[in-house]
Design a protein. Structure first.
Length: 271
C-alpha cells in the first residue's frame, strides 16, 4: 500500500483487512495508524527507499506520482509484484490538461510493465469541498462560489477504495479501466444544503464571479488545477457528467450519496 494514510488509501487498508488480507504500508515516517498493518519506511519520491517494502509483496496499490512512476513500477516488478492497482483519474481522457497528463503518465508506466493491472479512474472527489469551502463554512457559515447550478456526481472516497480493494483481491478485474462517479447529480447549492443538514445549522450560498474564486484558489493551488476545476464547473451547468453504475457493478452495493459523505465529515465543517 502506497498512499495508505490518504483519503482513499486509509479506506483501502480497511477493506483489505476486513477481507483478511495481510497488508504492508509504506510511510515516510514509518508510523502505523493501525496495529494490524505492517508499516515500512518508503517514499514514492525516492524509489530506492521502497525496496524493503516491496519484498515479498504480490499486489500493490499505487498512489499516482508521475515523476517516479516508471522506476517505482520497475522496482516492483523486480521484487516479484504481480498486480498493480492504480489510483488514477477520469481526467486521463484529456492529456492536454494538468490532471490528465499527470495521471496518464502513471497509467502508462503500469500498462507497459507486463504486470497485471487495473486502473481506477474516479471523477470528482467529494473531499474537494473540504479545501474549497471548509474554511468559510467553519468561520462564517457561508459558501461563496461560481456556478450555483453546476451539477456534479461527487464521489465518497470509501466507494473509490471499495473498487480498488476489489481489484486487488479479485482476479476478474485484471485489465479493466473503471470510471467512477457518485450515485447522484447535485448542484453546488444542493451540496451546500446537504452539508448544512449534516452539521445542523444554516449555511448560506452566495454566487460570485469565477474570476473571484480563481484569485482566491491560486493562492494555494497550481493555476492549471484551478483552471481545470473552474472549467468542469462551467461545463456542468448545461452539460453535467453522466452518472455511472460502476461502483455498484464492482462492489455489489449502491454508491454512497453526498448526504452520507457530508454526515461522515460533519466534524470537518464545525468551528
Amino acid at each position: 500500500m502506497t498512499g495508505a494514510t490518504g483519503h482513499v488509501g486509509r479506506h483501502v487498508v480497511a477493506c483489505l483487512r476486513a477481507a483478511g488480507a495481510t497488508v504492508r504500508a509504506t510511510s515516510r515516517t514509518a508510523v502505523s495508524e493501525r496495529p494490524d498493518v505492517e508499516v515500512v519506511r518508503g517514499d514514492l519520491a525516492e524509489p530506492a527507499s521502497l525496496d524493503a517494502a516491496l519484498r515479498g509483496v504480490e499486489r500493490m496499490y499505487l498512489f499516482p506520482v508521475p515523476q517516479t512512476a516508471q522506476e517505482v513500477v520497475a522496482r516492483a516488478a523486480r521484487a516479484g509484484v504481480r498486480r498493480i492497482v492504480v489510483l488514477s483519474s477520469s481526467s486521463v481522457h484529456d492529456v492536454t490538461n494538468f490532471s490528465g497528463a499527470y495521471h496518464r503518465a502513471v497509467e502508462l508506466a503500469v500498462e507497459q510493465s507486463g504486470l497485471e493491472w487495473t486502473l481506477v479512474r474516479p471523477d470528482e472527489f467529494a473531499t474537494n469541498v473540504l479545501w474549497k469551502w471548509g474554511h468559510s463554512i467553519r468561520a462564517e457559515s457561508v459558501v461563496r462560489a461560481p456556478y450555483a447550478k453546476a451539477r456534479r456526481a461527487l464521489l465518497h472516497e470509501a466507494d473509490i477504495a471499495a473498487v480498488a480493494a476489489a481489484a486487488l483481491l479479485e482476479d476478474t478485474h485484471v485489465g479493466e479501466s473503471y470510471e467512477l462517479t457518485g450515485p447522484e447529480l447535485l448542484s453546488q447549492a444542493e451540496q451546500v444544503a446537504a452539508i448544512a443538514a449534516a452539521v445542523g445549522r444554516d449555511i448560506a450560498f452566495e454566487e460570485v464571479p469565477a474570476e473571484t474564486t480563481r484569485a482566491e484558489l491560486v493562492r494555494f493551488m497550481p493555476p492549471p488545477v484551478v483552471d481545470m476545476v473552474l472549467k468542469y464547473l462551467a461545463d456542468s451547468v448545461d452539460t453535467p457528467p453522466m452518472v455511472l453504475p460502476t461502483v455498484e457493478k464492482v462492489t455489489g452495493r449502491p454508491g454512497l450519496g453526498f448526504g452520507q459523505w457530508a454526515r461522515d465529515h460533519a466534524a470537518a465543517f464545525t468551528a
